[in-house]
Design a binder for this molecule. Sequence first.
Ligand code: FES
Ligand code: FES
Length: 160
Amino acid sequence: MKTRDITLHINEEKYNLTVDANQTLLQVLRSIGSTGTKYGCGTGECGACTVLVNGKTSILACLTLAALADGMHITTIMGLEKDGELHPVQQAFIDRHAIQCGFCTPGMVMKTISILEENPNPTEDQIRHELEGNMCRCTGYEKIVDAVQHARDMMKGETR
Ligand code: FES
Ligand code: FES
């Protein structure tokens, strides 16, 4: 198996790693203990492995080769809390009871951040459309959509 030396910046920490050419970013994240990012389907269908590039663009870590992520700045769910404070999107999911088993939650939260980075004022329909790639087996989505709207409003300085 061919290997490659890469550098990843994960949650503002630098990692020099040797990875197999076919290793995914998800496998690498989990192998270094970043297990907040979940392995769901492994085939790009469920969104559980969603992480951010450069703090704003969501990607599926199970479909991203680690070698191709060389040099990237990756944010995972484990990098959101700052000085003991949750990210507003994390807080919104708690406030609106949008978490049941929690398996989809890391991916949902990271996807929500990217949605709000791209459009700080999405409508409910736009939120539902953007979340189509993120599966949840538990909540029926209503509370998740409500949480995203709550996060949107909190981040704009309004609360519903
Ligand atoms: S684990 Fe990546 S999309 Fe399901
Ligand atoms: S809370 Fe269980 S899969 Fe979404």
